[in-house]
Write a protein that binds this ligand. Sequence first.
Ligand SMILES: Nc1ncnc2c1ncn2[C@@H]1O[C@H](COP(=O)(O)OP(=O)(O)OP(=O)(O)O)[C@@H](O)[C@H]1O
Length: 293
Amino acid sequence: MTVPPVNQGAPQAPAAPVPGAPHAGAPAGQMPQPGAPAGRPMSPPGRPVPGPPQYATAATGLVKVYGSGPAAVHALGGVNVGFPRGQFSAIMGPSGSGKSTLMHCLAGLDVATQGQVTLGGIALTGMPDKQLTQVRRDRVGFIFQSFNLLPTLTAEKNILLPLELAGRKADPQWFQTITQALGIAERLRHRPSELSGGQQQRVAVARALVTRPEVVFADEPTGALDSKSGTNLLNFLRTSVNQFGQTVVMVTHDPVAASYADSVTLLADGHIAGRIERPTPEAVLDALRRLGG
Ligand SMILES: Nc1ncnc2c1ncn2[C@@H]1O[C@H](COP(=O)(O)OP(=O)(O)OP(=O)(O)O)[C@@H](O)[C@H]1O
């Protein structure tokens, strides 16, 4: 099912709740048009992809089929999408529409059946596992609903883990900037069990940002948080985009959470079903109703 693009006439939003902070990044509406990239030759894995460099992460002709034969599930049916550098983008759609599958393919956590994925202008498609693991570790940050912190490590050690695994040293100034901005500088010696849910998620956010990744992928990051902790987290993600130039791509079911983003990409039945620029909760809710979500 598809609905027409829903950005026309959508009310202008107080979409960025950070006072005085303008939306940043590339101009809106530069998503590859369906069919446009067809015929473009596949770039070898790990090589720069020719074309506009404004997308931190993009997919062309992305198909994902789980299983085979009569049991095959067509989760993505040829998706063309780009998420601009230095912007906060949300992905929404009804349950089963392919949001997590799209995010996992973009982040190199899952391999597409067909099509091409780029991260920072580099082709991920066909990349050997070892190289892909390295790309995920060095160039991607993840925030999950379930924090995924190691219980035996302190907050500080959890945050530094991606750098340690990569054999890299922390930039002390950047570490201080993010832990202070997240309000966890006083909690660094605590283990996850000694922290509140909101604090644990903020540690997970610091861990995602510590490598200064190309893209932070967030999958329902506020799903397990109370509303105040959720608001704090969304405000921080917004700040990381506005102040640090971070690119954030977030899957969410929550229209209020989506209204913190610069744009919302809508999925339905494995296809792009529209896009809302400067979303308001009302515009998002309206679009989701039209999609039956
Ligand atoms: N590992 C898998 N094996 C088989 N089918 C799968 C698998 N993962 C997802 N699917 C199917 O692919 C489709 C898209 O799933 P996906 O999880 O991407 O949707 P979603 O929009 O993220 O859903 P939700 O909002 O419920 O989390 C669904 O029909 C789902 O059942």
